[in-house]
Design a protein around this ligand. Structure first.
Ligand SMILES: Cc1cc2nc3c(=O)[nH]c(=O)nc-3n(C[C@H](O)[C@H](O)[C@H](O)COP(=O)(O)OP(=O)(O)OC[C@H]3O[C@@H](n4cnc5c(N)ncnc54)[C@H](O)[C@@H]3O)c2cc1C
Length: 399
């Protein structure tokens, strides 16, 4: 029997159809405006709580849907085919915050916070990057020092935080998953611990909303400031020094779903150029009759199909909450993000001047695609990880 790896079960197919319909009705009509105005449609994101999509991978006991990596990936693909900026805000909330808490938080933290983030009452973010440390995660300078009463004092700045602020007034994310330096281990290596910082905690504020991004302008990106921020003992996640465990498992799902977003961009770009090439005539023929246009469409199709196969093959093999799929989560993001950028570029080329303006969509997809080569790990970091992993695990090549 033929297997559809993008929709392996009836439940997956129904989920895809539901998200596709909802996206067409609610996401597509607002995409151009929110990109142009550099605004985040926070109400639309909150409304996804009613559909059960905000806690897609979280356990049902806390308001989640307990679905798998394929489900997570397809939601990102569908949203991104209309509005990658909005999809990025969804990813920061549902994958970087909700999923992290669902798989790494303790019972008390999950009971207290997960229902709020699954319903959309609270919007979450994840703060790893800093002004002076991105790829070099261990170079972070935000510190957390334990106080006599067991609480923690956080000091430092986090940079590029998606959903870090919710509006133009600088309203901070309701809750942030923050990585901070808490000392060094016995070998002198940086020790990182994870904290849940909630809006209203003393010393937590938005430094600035970052404007004028190339793309992903429908998501808010912010600098967050922790200035003698007091975090209660109950908001330390796991044990002291356990951040690497949290980071590694969650990064794999993040990279896969970013690749899912790339797939959405590629699919939409292909759709747009295919339609346009039939509508547009030049020199008495449809432009799709020209060999040079056929190259864009033909190569775009083949790349799109290869991306789709690799994205969903990786999704079908990834068990959420378990590390160990880094080779393919890095591999698929490395391949799919650049492919999406190339296909969006082809679409713009095929559409000529029309492709270069917002109304025709591919201009926005083209700008948004570039971020996927940087955020969640740069292309170079994926190349480094893959090369390192293949040294230890060369059998992966012949398996
Ligand atoms: C729109 C947007 C949204 C984001 N959202 C979030 C978020 O929600 N949370 C969060 O924590 N972060 C977020 N980020 C930050 C993002 O993850 C970082 O930008 C990314 O990890 C790269 O870090 P950097 O910008 O500091 O670049 P750097 O790490 O300084 O890299 C600069 C260049 O050097 C290269 N380089 C660095 N080290 C090596 C090496 N060892 N070998 C080869 N080349 C190397 C890089 O690949 C890159 O080309 C976001 C960024 C953007 C732009």
């Amino acid at each position: 029997m033929a297997v559809d790896i993008a929709n392996p079960t009836e439940e997956h197919l129904m989920l895809r159809e539901m998200v596709r319909e909802w996206t067409k009705e609610h996401v597509e009509p607002q995409a151009l405006e929110f990109d142009r105005d550099e605004k985040f449609n926070v109400d639309l994101l909150r409304s996804m709580g009613e559909l059960g999509l905000l806690g897609i991978s979280a356990q049902e006991d806390y308001g989640g849907a307990a679905l798998d990596a394929v489900a997570c990936t397809m939601i990102h693909e569908e949203l991104s085919a209309s509005d990658p900026g909005f999809a990025l805000a969804y990813l920061a909330h549902s994958m970087l915050f909700v999923n992290n808490l669902a798989y790494n938080g303790n019972e008390e933290q999950k009971e207290r916070i997960l229902p709020k983030v699954c319903s959309g009452e609270w919007i979450g973010a994840m703060a790893m990057s800093e002004p002076d440390a991105g790829t070099d995660v261990l170079g972070l300078s935000t510190t957390a020092i334990e106080q006599a009463d067991g609480s923690w004092l956080l000091n430092g700045r986090k940079m590029w935080i998606t959903n870090g602020c919710l509006d133009e007034l600088g309203t901070p994310a309701d809750v942030v998953w923050v990585y901070a330096r808490t000392g060094a281990d016995e070998k002198g290596r940086v020790q990182m611990s994870t904290f849940l910082v909630e809006a209203g905690m003393v010393g937590y504020s938005v430094g600035q909303k970052i404007y004028d991004k190339t793309g992903m302008r429908a998501s808010n990106t912010a600098e967050l400031v922790f200035d003698d921020c007091i975090v209660p003992a109950a908001n330390l996640v796991g044990g002291v020094g356990e951040s690497l465990i949290h980071m590694m498992g969650n990064l794999e799902l993040e990279r896969l779903t970013l690749a899912g977003m790339a797939l959405g961009i590629a699919r939409r770009s292909l759709e747009e150029m295919n339609r346009y090439a039939a509508e547009r005539t030049a020199f008495g023929s449809q432009i799709r009759d020209f060999g040079q246009i056929q190259r864009h469409i033909g190569e775009g199709w083949a790349k799109y199909r290869a991306m789709r196969a690799y994205v969903y093959d990786t999704a079908n093999h990834l068990t959420i909450g378990k590390a160990g799929q880094r080779l393919d989560s890095d591999g698929v993001k490395l391949f799919a993000t650049t492919a999406a950028k190339e296909i969006a570029d082809s679409a713009m080329q095929v559409m000529g001047g029309y492709g270069y303006v917002g109304e025709y969509n591919v201009e926005r997809l083209w700008r948004d695609a570039k971020l996927l080569e940087i955020g969640g790990g740069t292309l170079e970091s994926h190349q480094k990880n893959i090369t390192r992993d293949l040294l230890k695990n060369s059998d992966a090549i012949t398996r």
